[in-house]
Write a protein that binds this ligand. Structure first.
Ligand SMILES: [Zn+2]
Length: 591
């Protein structure tokens, strides 16, 4: 058995960072066992995909405290057994290839290192409630390392147990570190890659406003310090932790309104997780099984409600306008930051009629994180539908309590009850919300969570005095536009089908993914020419397509449909009553 008080101590070195390797040495105290088994996680919490981190390891080697080699063998894809032969200490050495630039993986180059615990730190199996230490030996040109972990001295961190170690990514290099204090607690905005392109002071000022808005909503900050690791490296994404976050963003994000709203949304989303999922959590998400999938039906709360609040808190913090929150101009239509964009996305996903949102959560490991060309037909995003369930639940509580209570009250109450050692079950979470609403909501929840019935927006529209903008159907040549409904891609000028959504003329005609459209009505077609060619037809016309499918040339008849109207843009109803205007104001300002 391991002595509970003895820490596992890792030393991480970067002898040749340009080759993208980190070298790890782990000192593991043992108590004289014959053999010791160690493991590396296969996934990291917050990102529901088995990533097989062990595939990036090499030269795994073990010795005893005196330097004598110990035999080591693999017992699983991510486990090793060491013949300890009664040694008091095992020195494990291995190299980690770090060249996957995402928030859940490792990166090392000559400029900086991002280390995620699950991908880096091999631990003895068994009791993970023991201290862990990490010492970093940085290349001479790097000035610092930073993490949500407690720092004993520069480049020397300590975690009380393995969960905290895994939950605290470490950044080392030469980032610009900007600090601000809210409610007596220091927050660090760590900008790796900050150049003259990035507005550092503004990003720190606005991150502070998001923190203050959350303090206003939740009543207190649930940590001692908080670290925003902001990697300005291109790409995107974020991964939440208890007192830190790892985010990736584009270099130009502060230079356009659209880009900046996107960055604020990322900050607001990830920071909200400090409450929702890192503390207030589904019962299945902790203690974690690091070697297998951890299934839960409640990611519609953990991610969906977080997506509901992220842009709303930006609005409430005064960082966006009512119009930007509700319905931004078409240029940013596809960014899921506005409520309209969320509604539009769900209503244009055929999979909403195939998969209830609880199943979308449960199957995250094989569906959302592993999309393919048919995903839109069979699945939905629990972020997307979850955010809308959040909005509808917020409205429903307001309506039932005549505006005295709202989802904020439900979330505070859920946090008070289920943010400790135990998470919530589906029933417990729904009970808290029923209590906030003053009546039993189980049949309401059943419909939105467990069925694929279309969402009814009427209550929300009426409570807040909103309506969907009426837009004319798209036109070409002064008549309704003909429509095939498939998604295509160009390959060296050739026109290829990449998705066949359900309910489209393309599906009815029997077109298939990877079909190459060679000609329309016997005239050659290229990828560039498709849009214009279609304009020569009217809805209802039948076209004959010459198609190359798996080396065979075939003819396919397709009856064109009418391009659907985009009808999911919210606007304020010009006839809204004073009560409705008041409801809208109270919601958007959070007062
Ligand atoms: Zn999230």
């Amino acid at each position: 058995m391991l002595e509970a008080a003895d820490p596992v101590v890792y030393t991480v070195r970067f002898p040749s960072p340009v080759s993208h390797y980190a070298e790890v040495e782990a000192k593991i105290p043992v108590a004289g066992e014959k053999s010791v088994e160690v493991f590396l996680p296969v996934w990291t919490p917050g990102s529901y995909l088995v990533r097989e981190y062990a595939r990036n390891l090499e030269n795994v080697h073990a010795a005893d405290g005196a330097g004598a080699d110990l035999a080591i063998e693999k017992t699983r894809k991510n486990r090793w057994r060491i013949a300890a032969n009664g040694a008091r200490e095992i020195i494990l050495r291995y190299r980690v290839y770090c060249r996957e630039m995402t928030v859940r993986t490792n990166w090392v180059d000559e400029n900086f290192a991002l280390l995620n615990g699950a991908a880096t730190f091999i631990s003895p199996l068994g009791d993970l409630h023991r201290p862990y230490e990490v010492k970093l030996e940085l290349p001479a040109s790097w000035k610092l390392s930073i993490s949500g972990l407690r720092e004993l001295e520069p480049n020397h961190f300590v975690a009380p147990e393995y969960d905290t170690l895994v939950d605290s990514p470490i950044l080392a290099g030469n980032p610009v570190v900007r600090q601000f204090v809210v409610d007596g607690k220091t927050h660090y905005l760590v900008n790796e890659g900050e150049t003259a392109l990035w507005d550092g002071p503004r990003s720190a000022r606005d991150a502070q406003k998001i923190v203050e808005q959350n303090l206003k909503m939740w009543g207190s900050l649930p940590y001692e310090k908080y670290v925003f690791l902001n990697l300005i490296v291109g790409g995107g994404g974020g991964l939440e932790h208890k007192n830190s976050v790892c985010m990736m963003t584009g270099r130009y994000a502060t230079r356009t309104r659209r880009g900046y709203l996107g960055w604020l949304d990322l900050v607001s989303h990830e920071y909200f997780h400090a409450w929702n999922v890192k503390r207030l959590r589904p019962v299945e998400l902790g203690p974690f099984d690091y070697e297998n999938e951890n299934y839960t039906q409640n990611l519609w709360v953990a991610e969906g409600f977080t997506d509901y609040y992220a842009p709303l808190n930006i609005r409430r913090a005064g960082l966006s306008t009512d119009a930007e929150y509700l319905s931004p101009p078409p240029a940013s239509e596809r960014d899921v930051q506005s409520l309209s964009a969320q509604i539009d996305m769900l209503q244009n996903t055929p999979g909403r009629l195939a998969q209830p949102v609880q199943s979308a959560s449960y199957d995250a490991w094989i569906k959302l994180y592993r999309p393919d060309e048919n995903t839109g037909n069979t699945a939905i995003s629990y972020y997307n539908k979850g955010a809308l369930v959040g909005w509808l639940l917020d409205t429903h509580i307001r309506h039932l309590t005549d505006g005295k209570k709202c989802l904020d009250d439900g979330m505070r109450s859920a946090f008070a009850q289920y943010s400790g050692a135990h998470g919530y079950t589906s029933e417990q979470f729904q009970k808290v919300m029923s209590d906030a609403a003053g009546q039993d909501l189980s049949s309401w929840f059943h419909k939105v969570l467990q069925t694929t019935e279309e969402i009814d927006y009427t209550e929300a529209l009426e409570w807040f005095g909103l309506e969907f903008k009426k837009t004319d159907p798209p036109k070409a040549d002064n008549r309704a536009k003909a429509w095939m409904g498939f998604v295509t891609r160009a390959a060296e000028g050739r026109l290829l089908v990449s998705q066949v959504p359900r309910g489209t003329p393309a599906e009815a005609a029997g077109l298939s993914v990877d079909d190459e459209i060679l000609a329309v009505d016997n005239w050659r077609i290229t990828a560039e020419g498709w849009g214009q060619r279609l304009e020569q037809y009217a809805p209802g016309d039948t076209v004959e397509l010459l198609v190359a499918r798996r080396d065979q040339v075939i003819k396919v008849s397709a009856k064109l449909g009418e391009e659907p109207t985009k009808k999911w843009q919210l606007q304020i109803n010009p006839k809204a009553t004073d009560d409705q205007k008041l409801h809208l104001k109270s919601w958007l300002t959070g007062s």
